[in-house]
Design a binder for this molecule. Sequence first.
Ligand code: ADP
Ligand code: ZN
Length: 723
Amino acid sequence: MSINRARLLVMNAALGPLDYRVPEGMSVEYGSVVVAPLGPRQIMGIVWEEAKLPAHSVPDEKLRPLLGLVDVPPIRAELRRLIEWTADYYIAPMAAVARMVISSGGALRGPATMTEYRLSGGMPERMTPQREAALEALEGEQATIRELAGIAGVSEGVLRGLVNQGVLEPVEVDVDRPYPRAAPGHAVVELSEDQQAVAARLVEAVQAEEFAPFLLDGVTGSGKTETYFEAVAQALRQDRQVLVLLPEIALTEAFLSRFEDRFGTAPIVWHSSLKSTERRRAWRAIASGEAQVVVGARSALFLPYANLGLIVVDEAHEISFKQEDGVRYNARDVAVMRSHFERIPVVLASATPALESLHMADSGTYEKLVLPSRYGGATLPTIKLVNLTEEQPGRGAWIAAPLRAALEDRLEKGEQSLLFLNRRGYAPLTLCRNCGFRFQCPNCSAWLVEHRLSRRLSCHHCGHETKPPERCPECGEEECLVACGPGVERIADEVAEILPDARVALVTSDTINSPEKAAEFVAQAEAKAIDVIVGTQLVTKGFHFPELTLVGVIDADLGLEGGDLRAAERTYQQVAQVAGRAGRGSKPGEVLIQTRHPDAPVIAALEAGDRDAFYEAETESRRHAGAPPFGRWAAIIVSSEDDSEAREAANRIGTTRPFLDDVMILGPAPAPLALLRNRYRYRLLLNARRTANLQAVIRDWLRQVDHPPGVRVGVDIDPYSFV
Ligand code: ADP
Ligand code: ZN
């Protein structure tokens, strides 16, 4: 880099790299975060290596000077290489990836102190319903006015009124105050022999400070977490930072308390709904190296760790690691790449690893570490099928006789049961009994799902909501709506009918929508204040309830519907994970799986508890289809608010397709979800042999085609969703 020129990767995906003059007195290096002029506005950018970011050269005298240097450590070369790799692999703009690193303008530029507000204990001069609601909702809260307004569900104006009257008092907060220190030796756990062997290998890898990818393959309850905590402890001893990625933010609460038991203090949490002050504090601590252990959702992966020493991806098979909008990346795979660039170990932990991960282990790319049995001699549950073609529940019922009997039995014994159905709401489809009208989302090609608890019909794709109408909008008949099919709310109702005395907890993202609610649920379940848990995939993982001895899977066939190439694998994983919730204590567990297809290979493998048989069959079918890991898939999604515009754009792409021996191209065809958020969608699917350079093919191809401004063309590399 010449002393007085700097090339910037600017935080705007529509712009290419831009060159600036470095004014006298300012000292920048590669990775420096700077503010630059852009026309009359300002823009943030990262100083980048010229050779890695080609641009038209602008003569020195035409360069505008940088405006300022942001007071944060420069983005390290390791992370700059990761940004480049991610953009290249997923065919995304570098700026879009870099924005995930910067992730919060406030983190970089905001003041170091800020004003938050809390209740002072005083009362308003005049009580209004809104003020009353605010007073109740804000008990124990402290945040900015805007955040408090969100919490209380009132306008900021209402709260400003309360500030003026002294009911809310200001508190000056030092945003960047330090975090408590985690202690590697706080409460050391004695490991079993198997666990010790695994832990020793991980500790050794942390000490070696070299790239080392591990697949930690252990049955549910085998102590994977306990074991990788030893690696975390080692990293702490070496003053290196640790990142633990969890698939679901609802899971973090249980994780945090376990972590605190082991290390004496909770780790730093990172997710998208942090308050701006928490975000800034965490970001800065991560960038300075002060943050020791960060637990987060996938977005934590791109943070600018100063000194990363270990990455753990827990429940690594989970599809929520795949981001489906913006930069469509898979955090599990990018975590391995980050470890490669940082030259550190990475642990993918799972009881039901993705076929791709197992393949990497079997081919020697990843080192496989196995925990074959549950800790403390707890046995794996027995698994039985309930054949729904023989054992039909009555009309409007979904719990067949054997499962019903088992539920009654557990309630009598005072043990807990869990019913699993991966469908939120009361019923997936509502129609008019009189004319057959079906309630559909106006913005998406999808049915509206009835939610009785919140008295809404809602679209699970775009969030559109309406009140269920009194009369059919088509034929005008009154009280004619019928619910079709079950959701978890309906199953909970059915349980209440079968077992009127049972205490039933409904666990879905609608009811467990905050870490506090999750903690409350866990506390109740542990205190045995719940007899039956009815839940969606939220209950399939992480939870450890010793008194839970029965798991019922309401509809194991549900996941097998639809054209998703991983449908069988996902069904296997979900059912195996939820089955893993049973019998974790001293009492043995039982799992009843309701199905119409007892002979389907995945269901038969579940019944036999034969994981290897399932993976073998699945491997063969993938090999046959040229699917991952044997071949690669990519999708091109073309969308527009105008149907014919979208179709024409998709056709233009279709007619310019390359003809190659090692890449098969299907489509364009209307996407299964042909309308999503008011955009019409068409897709092309690519299936490539491993020899093909799929990204280069797509990039060269799409570069040749121009579209009107209303058309969006998205690329999904290694797609998970085929809608
Ligand atoms: P996994 O992550 O494989 O599902 P966990 O680490 O959650 O397994 O362990 C399951 C349960 O067994 C947890 O309650 C954990 O605290 C306990 N456990 C596992 N290993 C040990 C150990 N060595 N000593 C004491 N408790 C353990
Ligand atoms: Zn919708």
